[in-house]
Design a protein. Structure first.
Lengths: 913, 267
């Protein structure tokens, strides 16, 4: 009994923290349909702000508390609602989930980057609060049990908050509405409640709870460590599941209960089962408890299986656009059929001969990742489920193969096969209960599974050898990097073909049917559950194979710091694959290769903090919300549509010109793009040519670079001014030149500011650059940036003035080129200041690994030119086109053949005879 | 709100044992009683209608028969076998086919692919290892069956178009064809004529009658179009607020006073 009291006293404070976040989870889930994995990260944000203010800067405790909890947390919650989820209200659960996961991955890194730093920070306990009140004892006694003030304060604060929540729910209008939404969303909609306000309030309130929990956790654990917060997520998910993602009071009690149970678990294992659970294992066992709870609930509680009813309005959504390859003409198809094998053969030959050893290893690394990613293609792209445990299944495959090979002398290839089978077995065992639920529950279960296996299984010294790691041998015939590449490529080809065959086969067709209509698929006798479990097992095996190959690259597997298969990276993988395209094999390859290239670029080439990488991929998830088909697929389709539109317009322009009534706003796209491309293109040719002749990277002086670039920049600015003038004559707004001037002035101002902070851009190559250099660069960049935003807005105005509803250009179309201007200016400044940072394409020799810099700059430039082309195309369309031409072209309806002139050239004002 | 009065004795299903027998099916949705103690019998090869005003529970009854909803009480037997606890796909394989009131097509597939995939599901010959060995292409026999169904439904012109581009009426034909491809013993049709014009409705009814005469499956038809109902079915059940208020030969039920009040009220 007295032991029980100890559990209560020591467990309840942590339980309170779990309860706070879990209540927030349920609250947002019920009011907005978003299961916010990121709450744990938001708790970390508030905790970090508090610790940074109070511990590092020595601000008074109450100010820190006020800012972290009452300002930062709700403002961030509001931001999530306003900036993201407001637009996703009708989106599918996958879209919401991927967006949330992106934030979950990116936010802790952002916090560590800008606020707290990578290292855990020690925190003094909150017990100083009672001390400030004049209480000097470290604690007090309840029936001979010592209770420290830290623990007591946590409980007191939680009680106060729960009372406050109760008050809000009972007595305020918004609280009543929120409670009503939680109980019956339909009813509330029918009653005409403003759901925007309710969801904003729910986001703010639940973020506030997360914020309090974050601060309390830091003071209770007496350190601020991101990992503590990430593990926090699993417990809170379990608590939310106990409340069936519905009941707030049950969730609250479950959170507290889990805190107590967690505290009690080691003692129970020790006293009742006679297990001596000390130190390490006790720490490892803790995360498994919430997982077990979650899993048992999923398996045992029947009512949780009730599927959410489909949105009755879902049928109203426009059909998804067809995949890009359906637009391709037979010519293009024949070309790709021919070009693809040539490209692959060329790639292999290059990898075996001219590519440097380092890059062979890196690209092989990317290819092994692509194998793992194919498992995501199967689960997400085919079966429509999201699993966050693919890194774990990869780890199961890797560890099994390595341990068998090292400890038992089993040939490594056999080990890989056994590893794949073990992963498949684990996957199907796990999938049997979880997949019947599907949807969000599967995702929750996989995350819990991943974190538990990572912490409990992978961490065992018998498996991972402690901090030393396990050696992962390569097959005897693939010892060198180049033969190993061939081996990996072979495996990838086999797995890739298997995936394609599955998609084309009965399984794939059944899955398409299920995606189309699950009810109808069942009504013709398709068993979706068996299909999904099979696919989950296959995907686990694929991940296992990929994991073993991935470990062979570095030839060892680690846990802890620098772990090979951390769950959190696995989440970033899912987000990456889904953003780049989860339906195709090339999506997986793109994801694998870009993962290693971007990682290299950010960390090795630009020497940025390691977290930036995760931040970038995390934020990339946000594009998924707009383009669920994958950003690559989206861009491919967009450029095909643009080509079609340009063809249609040029035919019409000829007719106008023949009638001598072509408005001068019409300019052929090529006339704009070619001069803009000329500078960068010629410079690239010059750089590569000279490098070839000198047989090493050419040292190009900045002035030489400027000679190439400046004419293009001047042309661009002139084009912008001219286009603005023409749009004004067509009915756009005046003051374009003033806007441009303002942008230039702003840019120059920022240049001066940056210069005063010591960021110089030595235009003429001599360090340190003068302030004039920064001003000139700022002028050009500022003017270009504002005009990129202004021109589409002008075109939009012209379109609206014509009464069009279907506009070819909108203000947001300028965002991409504007952002590229910023990135380009940044890259330019890093290059010219290159000597300080060890990279650069100008002013100094570039090492061979400078290739990717060339490549990335090239890709950015191409995207930028595409954006310019689409702006000119849009201007042309408002000048001589017809409403809805883009959409007609996209649907393949526009006729590029010139129609008779009279059909669209307006009759001259004087009338005709 | 009166007690259910039944005009004819329930379930005069004729001499043969029924293919479908539903007993005391009840279903509630959070306070609304959508079905209460509904009984129904359909004999093999029989054409039966189920009518009732909007929200009477007809679609809910279909969903309970096929297992898309779990009723709170009652049993469903198919050819004497209790199927109450079976999942949807198993009931489908035992011989119940259905169409949906709101079109449920496999978006992204063509008409032909709809029929082919249904045939594959019916045969149950799809295996993952066959996919991996590239043995999953439709066989000549499957192709023929699909081609026959395309002709039967008159969808030749649209056979290789994606279903998203079809009109509502054509979409209903695809659903009918898909349900027929499962070679059902009992076909459940949920308002097949809704959204169609008079000519399309007549065409649909003709096709249905022709196929039914040839294959002799039983049909349970939910329909608002009285003309179509009376031209097709021999027996009628009437639901109102989840309760069976009448059943019997079509003409007699349509002439019944209470039915007219509940359903055709405005007459
Ligand atoms: N999933 C559901 N959740 C809650 N209530 C439902 C659900 N499905 C149906 N209902 C309710 O059950 C009742 C019966 O609905 P059902 O769709 O079966 O009627 P119906 O006879 O098919 O009507 P209609 O002629 O309009 O198709 C209605 O009151 C409906 O609102
Ligand atoms: Mg209905």
């Amino acid at each position: 009994m007295s032991q029980f009291t100890t559990w209560l006293i020591e467990g309840i404070p942590f339980g309170c923290i779990y309860a706070l976040i879990a209540v927030g989870l349920v609250l947002t889930y019920k009011t907005t349909g978003v299961f916010n994995f990121a709450f744990a990260a938001q708790a970390f944000l508030s905790g970090a702000v508090y610790v940074e203010m109070v511990e590092v800067h020595g601000d008074p405790r109450w100010i820190g508390l006020l800012v972290a909890v009452l300002v930062v947390a709700p403002v961030f919650g509001l931001l999530m609602d306003r900036a993201l989820f407001r637009y996703l209200r009708t989106a599918s659960w996958e879209v919401k989930l991927v967006t949330v996961l992106g934030i979950f991955v990116a936010l802790p890194q952002l916090v560590m980057l800008f606020i707290s730093g990578q290292q855990p920070i020690p925190v003094t306990a909150i017990s100083s609060v009672p001390r400030m009140l004049g209480i000097s004892a470290p604690g007090f006694y309840i029936a001979s049990h010592f209770v420290s003030w830290d623990f007591a304060m946590t409980a007191i604060i939680t009680v106060a908050i729960v009372l406050g929540l109760g008050f809000i729910f009972r007595y305020t209008a918004i609280g009543l509405q929120m409670r009503a939404v939680v109980e019956s969303p339909r009813m509330v909609e029918l009653a005409g409640v403003n759901s925007e306000r309710v969801s904003a309030a729910a986001w703010m309130l639940s973020s506030l709870l997360a914020g309090i929990a974050g601060v309390l956790l830091a003071t209770l654990a007496e350190t601020l460590d991101a990992n503590t917060y990430i593990l926090l997520l699993v417990v809170t998910i379990a608590a939310a599941a106990v409340g069936r993602l519905q009941s707030l009071p049950v969730t609250l009690l479950a959170g507290i209960g889990l805190g107590v149970a967690e505290r009690a678990l080691p003692d129970i294992l020790h006293d009742w089962l006679g297990l001596s659970v000390s130190g390490e294992l006790a720490k490892d066992v803790r995360p498994s408890l919430p997982f077990l709870v979650l899993f048992l609930i999923l398996v045992l509680v029947r009512s949780i299986r009730k599927r959410e009813s489909a949105d009755p309005l879902a049928g109203v959504d426009p059909p998804r656009p067809a995949m890009a390859h359906t637009y391709k003409t037979p010519e293009i198809e024949r070309l790709t059929k021919f070009a693809f094998p040539v490209f692959v053969a060329g790639f292999i030959v290059a990898m075996l001969t001219i590519v440097s050893g380092l890059w062979v290893l890196r690209l092989t690394d990317g290819l092994t990742l692509a194998v793992i990613f194919l498992s995501i293609t199967i689960i997400t792209g085919f079966a429509g489920q999201i699993s966050l445990a693919q890194a774990t299944f990869a780890g199961i495959g890797g560890f099994t193969a390595a341990d068998l090979a090292v400890d038992h002398g089993i040939p490594i290839l056999l080990g890989v096969v056994i590893g794949a089978l073990v992963a498949a077995a684990a996957g199907s065992l796990f999938a049997l209960p979880a997949l019947r639920l599907g949807g969000i529950y599967l995702t929750l279960a996989t995350l819990a599974f991943g974190l538990m296996v990572e912490n409990v299984v992978f961490n065992r010294p018998e498996i991972s050898n402690g901090n030393v790691g396990v050696h992962m041998p390569r097959p005897s015939f693939a010892q060198t990097d180049r033969t190993f590449f061939l081996f990996v490529f072979g495996v990838f080809a086999v797995v890739g073909f298997a995936v394609i065959l599955i998609r084309k086969g009965t399984t794939g067709r059944f899955l398409t049917a299920i995606r189309g209509s699950e009810a109808a698929a069942a009504s013709i006798g398709i068993n979706a559950t068996v299909l999904r479990i099979t696919l989950f097992a296959v995907a686990s095996a694929v991940a296992g194979i990929g994991g073993a190959l991935f470990a062979m690259v570095a030839q060892d597997i680690r846990v802890g710091q620098g772990a090979t298969f951390p769950t959190i990276i696995g989440i970033a993988w899912v987000v990456l694959v889904v953003t780049l395209g989860s339906r195709t094999v090339d999506g997986a390859v793109n994801a694998g290769i870009s993962f290693v290239v971007v990682q290299w670029l950010l960390e090795d080439a630009l020497h940025l903090e390691p977290g930036i990488f995760l931040i970038l991929f995390g934020l990339g998830a946000i594009t998924y919300a707009r383009h669920p088909e994958g950003i690559v697929e989206y861009n491919t389709r967009k450029s095909i549509v643009q080509m079609g539109r340009a063809r249609a317009l040029s035919a019409r322009a000829k007719a106008y010109a023949a009638a001598q009534r072509l408005p001068d706003a019409y300019t052929r796209v090529a006339k704009v793009v070619v001069p803009c491309a000329a500078g960068p293109g010629l410079y690239l040719a010059y750089l590569l040519g000279r490098s070839l002749i000198e047989d090493s990277w050419a040292k190009v002086h900045t002035v030489t670079l400027l000679c190439f670039i400046v004419p293009s920049v001047l042309f661009l600015l002139a084009w912008m001014l001219r286009s603005d003038g023409q749009l004004r004559r067509l009915g756009g707004a005046p003051r374009g030149p003033l806007v441009m001037l303002g942008g230039a002035a702003g840019g120059a101002g920022i240049g001066v500011l940056l210069h005063s902070f010591g960021h110089t851009i030595p235009l003429c190559g001599d360090l340190p650059g003068s302030v004039l250099d920064d001003v000139i660069v700022g002028l050009a960049a500022g003017a270009a940036l504002t005009m990129f935003l202004w021109l589409p807005a002008q075109a939009e105005r012209v379109g609206r003035a014509k009464g069009w509803l279907d506009l070819p250009l909108r203000t947001r179309d300028g965002v991409v080129p504007a952002v590229i201007v910023v990135i380009g200016t940044y890259l330019f400044s890093r290059m010219t200041a290159g000597s300080a940072h060890g990279i650069g394409l100008v002013g100094q020799a570039t090492p061979p690994s400078g290739w990717p810099v060339v490549f990335v700059t090239f890709a950015l430039t191409v995207t930028w030119l595409q954006a310019i082309a689409s702006i000119q195309g849009g201007i042309n369309e408002v000048a001589i086109g017809q409403e809805g031409e883009v959409r007609a072209t996209a649907a393949g309806l526009a006729d590029p053949a010139p129609a008779p002139v009279e059909a669209f050239v307006p009759a001259p004002a004087g009338g005709s005879e | 709100m009166s007690a259910p009065s039944v005009t004819e004795q329930p379930g005069s299903a004729g001499p043969r044992p029924p293919i479908l027998e539903a007993r005391a099916i009840s279903k509630r949705f959070a306070g609304i009683t959508a079905l209460s103690d509904v009984d129904m019998q359909v004999a093999p090869g029989e054409l039966v209608g189920l009518i009732g005003p909007n929200g009477a529970g007809k679609t809910t009854f279909f969903n309970c028969l096929l297992g898309m909803l779990r009723p709170e009480g009652g049993t469903v037997t198919l050819e004497g076998r209790d199927i109450t606890g079976l999942p949807v796909y198993k009931r489908a394989r035992l011989g119940i086919g259905r169409t949906f009131q709101r079109l449920e097509l496999f978006s992204g597939m063509t008409v032909r692919e709809h029929f082919l995939v249904t045939e594959r599901a019916r045969r149950g010959t799809g295996r993952l290892w066959k996919d991996l060995l590239n043995l999953a292409k439709p066989t000549a026999e499957e192709q023929d069956l699909a081609e026959n169904m395309i002709e039967l439904t008159g969808l030749q012109a649209e056979a290789d178009k994606a279903v998203e581009s079809l009109s509502l009426g054509r979409g209903r034909l695809v659903e009918l064809g898909r349900a027929l491809m499962t070679q059902p013993k009992l076909l459940l049709l949920d308002e097949p004529s809704s959204g169609l014009d008079v000519r399309e409705t007549a065409g649909l009814a003709d096709k249905l009658a022709a196929v039914q005469a040839e294959r002799e499956f039983a049909v349970l038809l939910v329909e608002h179009d009285v003309e179509m109902v009376s031209s097709l079915v021999t027996r009628l059940y009437v639901l109102d607020f989840g309760e069976l208020i009448a059943s019997g030969p079509t003409a007699a039920v349509l002439g019944d006073e209470q039915v007219r009040r509940a359903y055709l009220g405005d007459m």
